[in-house]
Design a protein around this ligand. Structure first.
Ligand code: ADP
Ligand code: TRP
Length: 332
């Protein structure tokens, strides 16, 4: 059976982008793969969360994973810091990661700009830790959004480099996996690119928000003065709303509004109202589950413990192989 690994940093509530870019693939993959899904809490230290925020966000994402349908019996659902083997392999893999390539990573360059006062070494070696997350379980596939493509490429580089350096075949080269065959980019509501929790209050649609703020955000999304001639291309802002609609609405609903756009009869108010209605319908049952799970500490702790055990067993196996390969052989 092929193995799959993926993680999400616990930096706040999950949004539609996380669901369609990542978690939807997790749900599919847990059925047919040896699947490891985790909460990347060590990664989130790069932005220096307070201990309370860190703990609260890990709990939030754990409850959200479960509410969205991840099954701790089918897949291994764990918290990264519960698996110390990851940190150990990270120390080792850092020795084969070079400054030049790390500095060229798009996410590092972006962070150098966005958090100028906190360009810590963990940010620089983020791709190494991510590679270890994946390689420690010898993953064949990694379901992630398009933004993670470069990290996955670096993971393959580190896997190949290690194999080559030690003439071993310990690490497979993991490939991206995505729901539809191509990597998904869910647009945000403010047209700054992908939906993101760092895109400001009005950009992302969160599962754990009440209906009212979500409805308001959608109704506030910027449109234009409407199509001027039949069958014209849609400008980005409008296309983004159609893209969102195609995720949460029936095909026939999308087709109706598409036809209305093409014959210039579309009314954006109605269009956004429909988008809001369908979004809220999609979100509501998941939100209720999130809220129930967040108040069930006993269940969350059982899930985390089971996941930690299963993930450690797999990670320990790989780590022991690596220790042998590199020459850390016991004298006692
Ligand atoms: P954010 O950008 O809100 O901080 P993360 O970077 O924590 O989200 O993303 C977690 C996972 O969700 C990753 O696998 C990422 O590829 C996916 N993801 C996040 N936003 C989107 C999006 N707008 N479209 C597609 N996938 C996304
Ligand atoms: N870097 C990913 C993100 O920002 C999160 C992540 C960390 C991850 N380790 C991973 C994703 C391993 C897939 C596999 O979204």
């Amino acid at each position: 059976m092929k193995t799959v690994v993926s993680g999400i940093r616990p930096t706040g509530k999950l949004h539609l982008g996380n669901y369609f870019g990542a978690v939807r693939s997790f749900l599919e993959m847990q059925e047919n793969y040896n699947a490891y899904f985790f909460i990347a809490d060590i990664h989130s230290l790069t932005t220096h969360p307070t201990p309370e925020d860190l703990h609260g966000n890990v709990k939030q994402v754990l409850a959200e994973y479960l509410a969205m349908g991840l099954d701790p019996e089918k897949s291994t659902l764990f918290i990264q810091s519960d698996v110390p083997e990851i940190s150990e392999l990270y120390t080792i893999m850092n020795m084969n990661a070079y400054l030049g390539e790390l500095e060229r990573s798009a996410s590092f360059k972006e962070k150098v700009k966005s958090q100028r006062n906190n360009v810590n070494a963990g940010l620089l070696t983020y791709p190494v830790l991510m590679a270890v997350d994946i390689l420690v379980h010898k993953a064949d596939f990694v379901p992630v959004g398009k933004d993670q493509e470069q990290h996955l490429e670096m993971t393959r580089t580190y896997a190949k480099r290690f194999n080559h350096m030690y003439k071993s075949e310990v690490f497979p080269e993991p490939q991206a996996y995505s729901h539809s065959g191509k990597l998904v980019k869910v647009p945000g509501l403010t047209n700054q690119g992908k939906m993101s929790k760092s895109g400001g209050e009005n950009d992302a649609i969160f599962f754990d928000d009440d209906d009212k703020p979500t409805h308001k955000k959608i109704m506030r999304a910027v449109t234009d003065s409407g199509p001027e001639k039949p069958n014209q291309d849609k400008p980005e802002a409008i296309q983004n709303l159609f893209d969102l609609m195609s995720l949460v609405s029936d095909e026939s609903t999308v087709a109706t509004f598409d036809a209305a756009y093409n014959d210039c009869s579309i009314r954006y108010g109605d269009f956004k109202k429909q988008l809001s209605e369908d979004t809220l319908k999609f979100i509501a049952p998941i939100r209720e589950k999130i809220r129930a799970l967040k108040s069930d500490d006993a269940y969350l702790s059982k899930v985390a413990e089971l996941g930690a055990e299963k993930a450690r067993e797999s990670a320990r196996k790989t780590l022991e192989e690596v220790l042998q390969i590199i020459g850390f052989r016991k004298f006692y």
